[in-house]
Ligand binder design. Structure first.
Ligand code: PGA
Length: 251
């Protein structure tokens, strides 16, 4: 049985004061729902404050990115060890990082290994663009992202990863994939590829999320699919929506 997982990706939104206010609003609505693994991923500036606020709450904290090196001359970057001071999770390879900050399957691979070595749970994002989707390249792109992003890892390492399928055309557009469509990609291109790479035990145990215009209105439909284990939520991170999405994952 895979434990449902819902993470909020706040992206480049909220000052520390605003982040504290949002957590104060949402936490009472989700704190008791411990059948779902719940995670907030605010901007890095809020991580120290939120790690104090969330201590003993049962709700986890994640960063939105990190570097693969342990330290050194990498201006503007954070290492896995620095993230680990405050977080249990880290989002890696988000499509916005791939599109605007030159992330590749190779850098995602290095970051994922570094996160695991530091004891963080990586939330590794994959997804095809609209052009790739229209050109019927979805299977090829997703399998490549999984093969290369998770290359040279042991089954034991792979079992600790959470994967998020986020079709780029569905992110922030209000145009979600249909639930069966997302389930097919997750089952046939992600879970089955991980089965080839790491064996059936790992593939059956690994949590795979859907992300891309998940809302309080459509979340339950995604979660009713057999291979969708939760959601990575962007725009619907505000109070009523996020609480509803966590409740839907528990149902
Ligand atoms: P969205 O973003 O829910 O606003 O589409 C999801 C994400 O980017 O993780």
């Amino acid at each position: 049985m895979r434990k449902p997982f819902v993470a909020g990706n706040w992206k480049m939104n909220k000052t520390v004061e605003q982040a504290k206010a949002l957590v104060a609003e949402i936490l009472p609505g989700i704190q008791s729902i411990d059948s779902v693994e719940r995670v907030f991923c605010p901007p890095a500036t809020s991580l120290p404050t939120l790690s104090e606020l969330l201590k003993d709450s049962g709700v986890g904290l994640g960063a939105q990115n990190m570097h693969w090196e342990a330290s050194g001359a990498y201006t503007g970057e954070l290492s896995a060890g620095m993230v680990k001071e405050f977080c249990q999770y880290v989002i890696l390879g988000h499509s916005e990082r791939r599109a605007y900050f030159a992330e590749t399957d190779g850098t995602v691979n290095k970051k994922t290994k570094a996160a695991l070595a530091a004891g963080l749970t990586p939330i590794v994002c994959v997804g095809e663009t609209l052009d790739e989707n229209k050109a019927n390249l979805t299977a090829e792109v997703i399998k490549r992202q999984i093969h290369q992003g998770l290359a040279e890892m042991s089954p034991e390492q792979a079992s600790k990863i959470v994967v998020a399928y986020e079709p780029v055309w569905a992110i922030g557009t209000g145009l979600a994939a249909t639930a069966p469509e997302a389930n097919t990609v997750i089952k046939s291109y992600i879970r089955d590829t991980m089965k080839e790479m790491f064996g059936a035990g790992v593939a059956e145990g690994v949590r795979i999320l859907y992300g891309g215009s998940v809302t309080a209105a459509n979340a339950a439909e995604f979660f009713s699919q057999p291979d969708i284990d939760g959601a990575l939520v962007g725009g619907a991170c505000s109070k009523p929506d996020f609480i509803q999405i966590v409740k839907a994952a528990a149902a």
